[in-house]
Design a protein around this ligand. Sequence first.
Ligand SMILES: C[S@@+](CC[C@H](N)C(=O)[O-])C[C@H]1O[C@@H](n2cnc3c(N)ncnc32)[C@H](O)[C@@H]1O
Length: 372
Amino acid sequence: MTKRKTSKGKGQGSGRGSNSWKKQNGPRKEFVKVEFTRHMPVLLQSVLEQLGLKKGQIFVDCNLGDGGHSEELAKLMDGDITIAGFDLDQDAIARAKANFEIAFKDLQKKPNIIFINDNFRNLTKALDEKGVSKADAILYDLGLSSYELEESGRGFSFKKDEPLIMTFSNKRDGGSEGEGEGEGDGVGETASAISEYSGADANGADSVQFTAEDIINDWDEENIRTIIESYGEDKFAWKIAKGIVKARVLERITSTSKLAEIIKQSVPGFVRFGKTHPATKTFQALRIAINDELNALNETLPQAINKLNAGGRLVVISYHSLEDRIVKNFFKKFEEEEEGKILTKRPIVPTEDETDINPRARSAKMRVFQKK
Ligand SMILES: C[S@@+](CC[C@H](N)C(=O)[O-])C[C@H]1O[C@@H](n2cnc3c(N)ncnc32)[C@H](O)[C@@H]1O
């Protein structure tokens, strides 16, 4: 995972495609010597182009994260833009606020930023409550940020020794501090088939009802296997599920490193010593299940298309085939329903230059739809 220097010096808010990252920040090693992690916005230049925004317009950033895309957009617009930024993670909202304070200090006109600590599955309701009736462009940059992976302490990485939590939101049980409950419209087929494995509550609210530790220790073997197969597409899911259930008889599994070791011991030797860590797919699967990621995506995309002004763009960056399939199918459906047209017959992917600097971008696929 590439890190970006977040102090006020070089590196702060400077990303405009990989070449200018290199020009302004020097060779790759510069990015590794950091004070703390700032998520590097993926496909930044293409995103700015594809959003097609003009000064004075309204932009919805559904995955604010560290605010990288929004920050560069606001600078490009000389601050003359309204941004409604969603993030489920309270830490992300706080980090984006802090980053913006530095980044926009010297702008004569400050962007109008509306922070929304809520799930993007509640898009319509949350925006309506903030008085945002329509938007000129909407961006999704799915998944998790470098901060969440590396520093949140919530157990997203099998390379760390952390408690098995894996929730984007820090909220537990007590309901949403955010903008309210789920809309629940239009759950798509892919995710609804396995929707009972959702970590969100029945209303689709953003409080989290269970963690990775709960799944690993309390669920039966068949359900654990189904999650790893469905969301991780791991062909050794059955072996991993068996290994987990056998290990937990001796002792409750509470840490990422313990789980990673159990997975390693459960898979065949050629996988154990292969190029990719054998826990990669299981960790992805658990994260998707706990955060109910596919259902949230299925619910939000129809809301997004309804929120767009005529000519407005919907831009989605996904990081694995399950997400990309949902986006692709929705865009096809929108076109069939004469909502507008697909602008990317094939997804836009990062250049080698970008993935060299930011390996996280490697699996990114960006699709763009324009409303009629
Ligand atoms: C890849 S990061 C976004 C990075 C951001 N574009 C940047 O340049 O800094 C994804 C963010 O989306 C948030 N997130 C994931 N699923 C979400 C959801 N359903 N609703 C709201 N936020 C979500 C995560 O907490 C994370 O901060």
